[in-house]
Design a protein around this ligand. Structure first.
Ligand code: SF4
Length: 389
């Protein structure tokens, strides 16, 4: 899915953020006019700028314009974009999607072996926050869910809490899901400050990869990460924050998976949700594939035991990023269609599968690396004939 395009900018000095519209009558001071074909007349209503596929626009009148954009088809009425002085147009929010996420920072204090978005050590916090400050008030008030990811969002420092407060103010009915490694919350004042945001629609997704500190620290490539994350989880629980534990399934986490499930039940019983997640073949994973790869079919025994242990203890458990044909049927009840629409794909053979509608499919990048056991379900002839009168 296209989320970025580029043209030639004119009269743009700083990054602009606005909604897009193809209808001149809908223009407002915070929206861009999209021009696919010939522009009829330069708009007389206030607007942020014009984004055009054309090579030229007459009567520019010092307005902000991006010309020669190869395509605008990916943009829907009401989508929100940022437009840079360099002519880059990034889609920040898609009105037709439930999977919108704000990138807090690309910096991280961990360096996980299977990180899907490898950290970059650049000081991007104030630039990105400047964009989010403009974006948040433009997001439709009926937005169901908004993600915040990184990097490690808490490295924004006080701006992290500022951002959460802004979101709560502008979007009080939106579920907020923050992906964090949780280590910053080992410091009590961070957990306390989060509690001051006082948003019961806020959930933190925090990874724990093993019950044994050396394995967790090795997977995240950071000394003391396990102790910090566990201390952070307890601090957050003391302040009554909502927590989801995320466990990525691979060759290093599988051997102690059942022990980890028992550890979670005994030591972290306050968590609201535990998600077991299939491996993404992107970011660092292809480079570390020999350390990480195990065919999902080959860990069904451990996964089943861990999931059923926690579910039987009354915890809410999910399996993400897995395909129904690779999971035993008793685990289907835990499988969610978890992959964001813009990175979700199916194999060619899925088109003939009778479970296509119920199956979450694959990450687009996992088309290159997936279970050897993906195989379409065929409609049972007996099932069919039982419906014939
Ligand atoms: S064949 Fe495709 S659609 Fe069918 S269960 Fe497997 S992955 Fe899902």
């Amino acid at each position: 899915m296209l989320l970025k395009t580029k043209g030639v900018s004119i009269n743009i000095e700083e990054t602009l953020v606005g909604k897009v519209t193809r209808l001149p009558e809908n223009l407002t001071s915070d929206s861009f006019l999209l021009v696919d074909d010939e522009i009829q007349a330069y708009p007389d209503k206030a607007h942020l700028g014009i984004l055009s596929k054309q090579n030229d626009i007459y009567d520019l009148d010092n307005g902000s314009v991006v010309l020669k954009i190869p395509t605008l088809e990916h943009l829907t009425e009401g989508d929100i974009v940022s437009v840079g002085a360099d002519g880059n147009i990034h889609t920040l929010y898609r009105v037709d999607s439930y999977h919108n996420t704000l990138l807090a920072t690309e910096r991280c204090n961990s360096n996980c072996l299977m990180c899907s978005q490898p950290p970059r050590d650049k000081n991007d916090v104030s630039f990105l926050y400047g964009i989010h400050k403009k974006l948040i008030p433009l997001i439709p008030k009926d937005c169901v869910e908004l993600g915040i990811s990184g990097g490690e969002p808490t490295l924004m420092g006080e701006l992290f809490f500022d951002m959460l407060e802004k979101i709560k103010h502008e979007l009080p009915d939106t579920e907020i899901h923050v992906l964090t490694n949780g280590r910053s919350f080992a410091w009590d004042h961070m957990a306390y400050r989060l509690s001051q945001v006082d948003n019961n629609r806020l959930m933190l997704g925090i990874p724990v990869y093993s019950d044994y500190y050396q394995v967790h620290d090795y997977i995240v490539q950071a000394k003391d990460a396990f102790y910090q994350t566990i201390a952070g989880l307890h601090n957050l629980a003391r302040y009554n924050q909502r927590i989801e534990i995320r466990v990525v399934l691979h060759k290093l986490s599988i051997p102690r998976l059942v022990k980890l499930a028992k550890y979670i039940y005994k030591n972290l019983p306050f968590v609201e949700h535990v998600a077991f997640m299939g491996l993404e073949y992107v970011g660092y994973t292809p480079h570390n594939i020999d350390k990480l790869w195990i065919d999902p079919m080959d860990y069904n025994k451990e996964l089943g035991e861990a999931v059923e242990f926690l579910a039987n203890k009354g915890l809410h458990v999910s399996i993400y990023n897995s395909q129904l044909c690779v999971l035993p049927e008793n685990l289907w009840q835990y499988a969610r269609k978890s992959i964001s629409d813009w990175k979700n794909s199916y194999m060619p053979e899925c088109q003939s599968c009778s479970k296509l509608e119920d199956c979450g499919g694959l990450f687009t990048w996992n088309l290159k690396k997936h279970s050897e056991h993906i195989k379409p379900f065929t409609t049972n002839v007996l099932e069919l004939s039982s419906g014939i009168e």
